[in-house]
Design a protein around this ligand. Structure first.
Ligand code: G6P
Length: 496
């Protein structure tokens, strides 16, 4: 049965606002989806007149998608939003999501390969790439079915890079934008990808009217890749004739890419923290309760260095722990006086490298506790079970927040902490996080690979006077909330 064309606004992302677990009795329990993308898109409320198309990620999701058929999910589960969850064959989904999106595109954009031995693009990858194409086609089909004439479609992230071009073929009347929540790789690194894949991803995104990013740096890198891989013409600020030298190092910010007779405009929208939501949510009773538990765990009179991440290779949790160990080694005065509260929540556990990384994080935390711990003091409090209320409690009490990713599209933790912090919190921030562009001035900035430098920054952060910390936190909070999710979403829509 054909789905009626009803939606004037469509959003497409791999992960949707809800995920389901299937009980043994066949019952489905709905939970809010996680990650930066879902936090940003949560601005799409029930009144937005939008349909959100996402993939079924696990068995529970697939069951919910099957029960809904071609219709939308039960609005009771989705906060009243209209959500269509695609039931994609499990092997196709696994190859597209684990194989291509998370093992290859994510690795390329975050510079995660150990290049002497990886990546290896063999026959298995060629099959995974075909699966990625059909997974993208499934989204393009669903969007083409749901959209009214001249609807606006916002396609999200690296999972769906081919959708804009595929959708344009099916529905040339639509206005299509793509938004990248990740960094974008520089051309030399991007070209690790097989040539057809490198070109395919760029052509896919260029099929839209607009491609947007979290910072100028990533937008420029995308333009550089279009020039290097496709020979596309780049339009830069104050230059309407195009960039002739095509070396990717023009002066101004890249504002459009011209390729095969079409022009795709580039944009930057630095997603900010949702101050109203965070302030209200972090004052609820469940957060108060966790705050008391955390305080007791840290112990009276001690300072805390807090980090909150998915257990994600790009987040650089291991070097963060090494820097903390180095701090205890070089500044014995902090022993017994500080606790590193590290939340490393499970992520992408289908991938062996993520499981290994999680193990490594645990091992190093244990080593530090064995090496330095005393009867009344555990130097590292590592928590691996996802608990949003406990994260907010940690934001409230943190003296120092450690955000040291190798590379990160934005990093919302860096923006959330200053908003929720009670007494002011010093931010140690990687210069490779997108958030650095907006928060760099009031943070203690580190090179994420430099463990020694990070240890020094932690020491500086712990020593910062209360007044300075409070002042900086105020400015950080203002910068962090400049473009809250609702405004971020409307800016994308408006620009299309
Ligand atoms: C990042 C990506 C999102 C993704 C999130 C969580 O923020 O940009 O697209 O949803 O990580 O990752 P996951 O694989 O669990 O969806």
């Amino acid at each position: 049965m054909a789905v009626p064309r009803t939606a004037p606004i469509l959003v497409a992302s791999n992960r949707g606002p809800v995920s389901y677990t299937l009980g043994e009795d066949g019952s489905l329990t709905a939970r809010r989806g996680g990650g930066g993308l879902v936090s940003g898109l949560s601005a799409i409320g029930p009144d937005a007149n939008a349909v959100w198309v996402c993939a079924a990620l696990g068995e529970g999701d697939r069951e919910a998608a099957r029960r809904a058929g071609d219709s939308h999910l039960n609005p009771g589960d989705t906060g009243g939003r209209q959500v269509r969850m695609l039931d994609i064959a499990p092997d196709v989904f696994a190859a597209a999501y684990n194989g291509v999106a998370n093992s290859v595109l994510w690795f390329v954009h975050h510079l995660l390969y150990q290049t002497p031995v990886e990546p290896v693009f063999d026959a298995e990858f060629a099959e995974q790439w075909a699966a990625y194409e059909s997974y993208n086609a499934a989204f393009a089909d669903a969007l083409a079915q749901e959209a009214v004439d001249e609807a606006v479609v916002l396609v999200q992230d690296y999972h769906l890079a081919l959708v804009p071009a595929m959708l344009r073929e099916r529905r040339p009347d639509l206005r299509i934008g793509h938004f990248s929540h990740t960094p974008w790789a520089p051309p030399d690194y991007y070209r690790l990808l097989p040539d057809d894949v490198a070109a395919g991803v760029l052509r896919g995104i260029l099929g839209g009217d607009r491609a947007a990013f979290l910072t100028e740096r990533w937008a420029n890198a995308f333009a550089d890749c279009c020039a290097a891989v496709l020979g596309a013409e780049i339009v830069r600020d104050g230059d309407s004739s195009g960039d002739r030298n095509r070396d990717g190092h023009g002066d101004g910010m890249a504002t459009a890419v011209r390729f095969e007779g079409r022009e795709t405009r580039l944009g930057v929208h630095g997603l900010g923290a949702d101050a109203d939501f965070l302030r209200e949510r972090s004052r609820r009773a469940d957060v108060d309760e966790r705050l008391s538990t955390l305080r007791a765990q840290i112990g009276p009179g001690r300072k805390s260095i807090v980090r909150v991440d998915r257990t994600e290779l790009s987040k650089n949790i291991v070097r963060g722990l090494l820097a903390y160990r180095r701090l205890l080694e070089t500044h014995p005065e902090w022993r017994e006086r500080v606790v590193h509260v590290a939340f490393a929540y499970p992520s992408r556990q289908d991938l062996a490298v993520y499981r290994d990384y999680t193990e490594r994080v645990r091992r190093i935390a244990d080593e530090i506790n064995e090496e330095y711990g005393t009867e009344g003091w555990t130097p590292v409090a590592l928590h691996v079970k996802d608990d949003f209320a406990r994260s907010l409690a940690a934001y409230r009490l943190a003296d120092v927040a450690l955000v040291n990713p190798i590379r990160d599209g934005m990093n919302l933790v860096a923006k959330e902490v200053p908003v929720v912090s009670e007494r002011g919190c010093a931010l140690v921030l990687s210069r490779e996080a997108g958030a650095y562009a907006e928060l760099g001035e009031d943070a203690l900035v580190v090179n994420p690979y430099d463990v020694e430098g990070t240890a020094r920054a932690l020491h500086e952060a712990l020593r910062m006077s209360d007044d300075e910390r409070a002042d900086r936190t105020k400015r950080l909070a203002a910068a962090a909330t400049a473009l809250p999710p609702q405004a971020w979403f409307l800016a994308q829509l408006g620009a299309l």
